[in-house]
Unconditional design. Structure first.
Length: 380
């Protein structure tokens, strides 16, 4: 155990049928990044439980086939719902997902604003959009490196090259990266480059992919399927959590109905329904939820008013020439206006929107850019 205590940035630890003394469990306390612990076939005394309670950052402890004294059991909770880990019966308080080096969160008092193009087309396009959404106050940058398209002849994404471009965006602007994995192979690369792994609507019930995402060490943003019920949505999240990844963000992105005035029907009623049954944060995607640019801002306002924990919005500097979903992508100036309106609504429901330039590299990035502008302004 002393050797383990020397391992830097250890977040998850599993010990199976190992003899551990109280003193050994106390060695876990110096592991400041340890958030998940799995113990199987271990005898744990009252002293050992006290040692576990002293690990301040430890969020999840799974005890399988462990011998625990009667005094070590404070409460037994009967969970009747088919989903267990997702349920408020198991965890009453809201889950808040944080990121090192930034105040960006999912589920905290600040709203998570994710913005960027539908697809990463090239470096110039990505940097242009990133600068615009960064200046408007987004803390997460979205973009598709892998695009599951209805037609096999449509643009399918740049793959790893697109992920590398997004990593450059993070290095330059400090925004965290959210991008989709479409299969186990792409998930390996997405986990390497991204900060949040997105599972798209088409894959909400791809159970092998959900299990693989559950073994990842990055948060997972899970989109609701096109015809999924609330229970099916929560059960998909259960698949991820059952594999040990408790950092799950739900996303409402619209369902298919008979309506023909929108691409999908954005079901905002699911937000309070999820929040009543589950402790997981939920964000709303008004871009896919409506499929039309003129509906994105009004539905964004409604999403914040109904209590969503954030928004994921498509923005493109030249949407009429976008290679994917240009018709639902906002112009940068429209995104600026959306952020202004969201900032007005958020305090009414007890939330706040991060200030512009609140990213780790914001001050140096903005000052560098303003320096460039001031240097060229006399020539203008």
């Amino acid at each position: 155990m002393r050797e383990l205590a020397r391992v830097k940035n250890l977040e998850t630890l599993g010990l199976f049928y190992t003899k551990i003394t109280d003193a050994g469990l106390k060695e876990l306390k110096p592991l400041q990044h340890l958030t998940s612990l799995y113990l199987c076939g271990t005898k744990i005394t009252d002293g050992g439980l006290a040692a576990l309670r002293s690990c301040e950052r430890l969020e999840h402890v799974n005890l399988w086939l462990c011998k625990i004294s009667d005094r070590g059991v404070q409460e037994l909770i009967r969970v009747s719902k088919p989903y267990k880990l997702v349920s408020r019966d198991v965890k009453a308080e809201n889950t808040v997902i944080t990121f090192a080096g930034t105040d960006a969160t999912f589920g905290g008092p600040g709203l998570a604003v994710i913005a960027g193009p539908c697809a990463i087309e090239n470096r110039e396009q990505s940097m242009a959009v990133a600068e615009q959404v960064f200046r408007a106050g987004a803390q997460f940058f979205r973009g598709g490196a892998y695009k599951p398209r209805t037609s096999p002849y449509s643009f399918q994404g740049l793959g790893e090259q697109g992920l590398q471009i997004m990593a450059e965006v993070r290095d330059k602007f400090g925004m965290k990266i959210v991008t989709e994995a479409i299969d186990n192979e792409s998930l390996d690369l997405v986990e390497k480059y991204a900060d949040v792994i997105q599972i798209g609507a088409r894959n909400m019930q791809n159970f092998s992919l959900l299990k693989r995402a559950g073994r990842a060490r990055k948060p997972v943003l899970l989109k609701r399927g096109m015809a999924a019920t609330l229970e099916e949505f929560l059960m998909a999240a259960e698949y991820v959590m059952s594999e040990g990844n408790y950092k799950v963000i739900l996303c409402e992105r619209g369902v298919r109905t008979f309506a023909d005035h929108t691409r999908n029907t954005l079901d905002l009623s699911i937000v309070p329904a999820v929040q009543r049954l589950s402790h997981l944060p939920i964000v709303v995607d008004p871009s896919h939820g409506t499929g039309k640019r003129n509906k994105v801002t009004p539905l964004s306002r409604a999403a914040i008013a109904v209590g969503a924990d954030g928004l994921i919005v498509e923005v493109h500097h030249d949407p009429d020439r976008a290679m994917s979903d240009g018709i639902q992508s906002l112009y940068p100036e429209q995104f600026d206006e959306l952020m202004k309106q969201v900032r007005q609504i958020a305090p009414v429901v007890g939330r706040m929107v991060p200030a512009i330039g609140s990213h780790p590299r914001a001050s140096e990035t903005l000052s560098a850019q303003s320096g460039v502008r001031s240097a060229i302004s006399p020539l203008a």
